[in-house]
Structure formats: structure tokens, C-alpha cells
Design a protein around this ligand. Structure first.
Ligand SMILES: [Zn+2]
Length: 216
């Protein structure tokens, strides 16, 4: 799955690709936290820094995160005046969502949110994000009001993770700016996308990438 956004004088390319571990070197060591790095220089050699989001305004730099049930969130905003175009790739698993990685990146986002576009990638959907009481306890300790994001079916409870991120954490961004067409369930997707819950493995994984293209 891949696409293009026309944003003012720039185009932004993005995609979600199935990839074997080790094919492309990671920008960051993903730790389900809330830290982000700015990727304005060449990818560092050696150990990448612990972080769960990469942001850049560097034209031509492809930034990305890896997921396999966690939500990949891509952000893009266009150039305006002295403000450069900017993109972000965010890894938001339920722990990162609970701690607030997406709101944390929005705090440093330079563009007005009404000019910010969001692309949500494949992740564990409502249909398969079954949760147990320990999850509910841990999550409600931070977000006491998640009841409306829990769905009960056949005596089981499911977490509406996509909706929590889009309706709660991206609430200031208009729905029309949020592209959810790639936000399908990894577990039951056909053809099969990498799902940790299904495969008990994060190899292969989804590489969620975004890049500001050179303007023409
Ligand atoms: Zn599903």
C-alpha cells in the first residue's frame, strides 16, 4: 500500500510495506515510549537511539518505523513562509498510545493542525484486539474514561485502538484530514499482513515510511 499527497509546492510519498527484519537499518530503536528524534542528518551509524517517532523537514529523506499490530501514524504538513514542509513516522502500540506518543509529537509539530494531514496504517483492529482485565486496569490507570473505546462481544472485551488514537489523540485534527483507508486489521487482512498476535513474531514486519519529494 502506498500513496502520494500533494501539499502545496511539495509532494509527499508514503507507504506500508511488508519487510523482513534487517533489510533496512532502523532510524530508531523502538521501545514503546514517547520520545521522538529529528532526522535532519544522515542516519547515525552504530546503535540507533531509543525513540518511537522520527520527524524530518529534509527533502528526499525517507523516514520510517516498523510495526506488526501497533499503529503506524504518518503526519505531513506543507511548506509555508519560512516554515518548511515536515513529515513524521510514529510507532504507536497500545503502550505508546497509553503514554501518548502521538500527542507528544503534536506538541513539537510546527504547522497548524488544520493544515496537517494524517495517514493511519494497518494495525490490530477492533475485530481482533481482545483485551483482558490486566490491560484494562493498566490503561484506565492513565485514561480513566476508556469505556467508550471498549467493545463487549461474546463475553470478551475488545479495544478500539484506531478510534482511540483518531478520536481522542488526534481530536484536534479534522476527520477529513485523516486518511484511514490503510487502517485495516493486520490479524485478519487478506492477503496477510504481519501480525504479532497471529504470527507470534515481528519478522516480517510492516515498514511505514514517508518522504518529502523534491519539488518540480
Ligand atoms: Zn481483525
Amino acid at each position: 500500500m502506498s500513496g502520494h499527497l500533494a501539499l502545496g509546492s511539495h509532494h509527499v510519498a508514503f507507504g506500508f510495506e511488508i519487510e523482513k527484519k534487517g533489510k533496512t537499518p532502523p532510524w530508531v530503536k523502538q521501545v514503546h515510549g514517547v520520545d521522538w528524534i529529528r532526522a535532519n542528518t544522515q542516519m547515525a551509524s552504530g546503535e540507533p537511539m531509543a525513540a518511537d517517532a522520527v520527524v524530518t523537514d529534509r527533502v528526499g529523506a525517507e523516514i520510517y518505523v516498523y510495526t506488526a499490530d501497533c499503529i503506524p501514524v504518518l503526519l505531513a504538513s506543507h511548506q509555508s513562509g519560512t516554515r518548511p514542509a515536515m513529515v513524521a513516522a510514529i510507532h504507536s502500540g497500545w503502550r505508546g498510545t497509553m503514554k501518548g506518543i502521538v500527542p507528544n509529537v503534536l506538541k513539537v509539530w510546527p504547522a497548524p493542525l488544520e493544515e496537517t494531514r494524517v495517514i493511519i496504517g494497518p494495525a490490530l483492529g477492533n475485530c481482533h484486539f481482545e483485551v483482558r482485565q490486566d490491560f484494562i486496569d493498566e490503561f484506565t490507570a492513565v485514561h480513566p474514561d476508556i469505556d467508550s473505546f471498549l467493545e463487549k462481544r461474546d463475553g470478551k472485551t475488545f479495544f478500539r485502538h484506531f478510534d482511540f488514537v483518531c478520536d481522542r489523540q488526534l481530536a484536534e485534527i479534522d476527520e477529513s484530514q485523516i486518511d484511514r483507508t490503510s487502517a485495516i486489521c493486520t490479524y485478519c487482512s487478506t492477503p496477510e499482513l504481519p501480525s504479532f498476535r497471529r504470527n507470534k513474531s515481528t519478522d516480517p514486519q510492516i515498514r511505514a515510511w514517508i518522504r518529502i519529494e523534491h519539488s518540480h
